[in-house]
Design a protein around this ligand. Structure first.
Ligand SMILES: *Cc1c(COP(=O)(O)O)cnc(C)c1O
Length: 309
């Protein structure tokens, strides 16, 4: 990553080099995601009805300056398997969970063997239809994506990976190669991007990022408003900027390149989607719509049924 920095203050620099602004901590900012409220057992966050977040690795290679978890350091193998046991048991007992998202830290920083052990154990739980991994490794440490790792992961389909790119310059040849290897292993790839001031708060930068992701076989999934993290205030931009970006994507480039724009609501509210205003008026009879280019159109509601007799 460091070799991608072209000059101090550029989009890559801003994401990883600590600044004195980080020490600026205001009231109302949090220093952690409100995950504890939804955490029935250690390492599990169960916020939504049918899916759960499973923290399998405390460590991330990225140390993004805007992340709630940026202060966590340690040995990736240091979650004792015994501690994960209560999480596995929770997943076994909760039949409503059909989708488990391995997170951290970064799950792909674990050893091949540990990743294999965790996935194999999850696959003994019949109601877990879908496994997911959230990882910044394809961006940050693409050489970690080896043929051996891919061979392990492809045993556990359906397995999805959501990765995290914030700027088109991050799609280096090495990153694109790693993404291709994962895609060749049959893993559908998504991307979660964080809207960051000075990094990607520009419709043209975002459009290029989304287009390059598609070329790298990644389907953009979410753009997040930056969380209200203590010490990350200088990265935050307005909600209007996010809406402007979505408006500049939808209709103007491939629909496949348009992610959902969401705010992860503080206080455990979960992800709430935001959309530019395309509905001018909605009545019983019709809807008046504005298209991507600003033109207005009408669409009639179904006629009321004619009662016979
Ligand atoms: C984001 C998230 C999920 C997954 O949400 P999707 O919209 O299904 O991608 C699950 N649990 C928690 C706590 C989350 O923050």
């Amino acid at each position: 990553m460091v070799d991608l920095i072209k000059s101090p203050g550029d989009p890559i620099w801003l994401q990883y080099v600590p600044t004195v602004q980080e020490l600026d901590v205001h009231d109302g900012l949090v220093d952690s995601l409100d995950e504890d409220a939804n955490s029935p057992v250690p390492n599990i966050t169960h916020r939504y009805p049918d899916r759960a977040l499973f923290l399998v690795s405390p460590v991330c290679a990225a140390y993004c300056r805007f992340c709630t978890r940026r202060r966590k350091v340690g040995d990736p193998e240091k979650i004792p398997l015994a501690q994960l046991e209560s999480a596995f048991r929770y997943l076994e007992e909760h039949h409503e969970i059909r989708d488990v998202i391995m997170s951290g830290g970064d799950p792909l920083l674990l050893s091949d063997r540990r990743i294999d052990d965790i996935c194999r154990r999850l696959r003994t739980i019949p109601h877990l239809e879908v496994l997911r991994i959230g990882s910044r490794v394809p961006c940050h440490l693409p050489e970690r994506v080896t043929p051996e790792l891919c061979a392990i992961l492809k045993q556990y389909h359906p397995l999805y990976i959501n990765t995290h790119f914030n700027h088109p310059d991050e799609l280096t040849p090495a990153a694109v190669r790693a993404l291709g290897m994962l895609a060749d292993a049959g893993i559908p790839l998504g991307c979660q991007t964080v809207l960051l001031k000075g990094v990607n708060d520009d419709p043209e930068v975002m459009k290029l990022l989304m287009q390059r992701l598609l070329v790298a076989r990644v389907r953009p999934y979410y753009i997040y408003m930056c969380d209200q993290v203590a010490g990350a205030e200088h990265f935050r931009t307005t909600v209007e900027k996010g809406l402007e970006i979505i408006k500049a994507l939808r209709g103007w480039t491939s629909g496949l390149a348009v992610p959902h724009f969401v705010i992860d609501a503080p206080g455990g509210g979960g992800k709430i989607p935001l959309l530019p205003e395309y509905v001018v008026k909605l009545t019983d009879k019709e809807i008046i719509l504005r298209n991507y280019a600003g033109k207005t159109y009408r669409y009639s509601q179904p006629l009321e049924p004619i009662l016979v007799g």
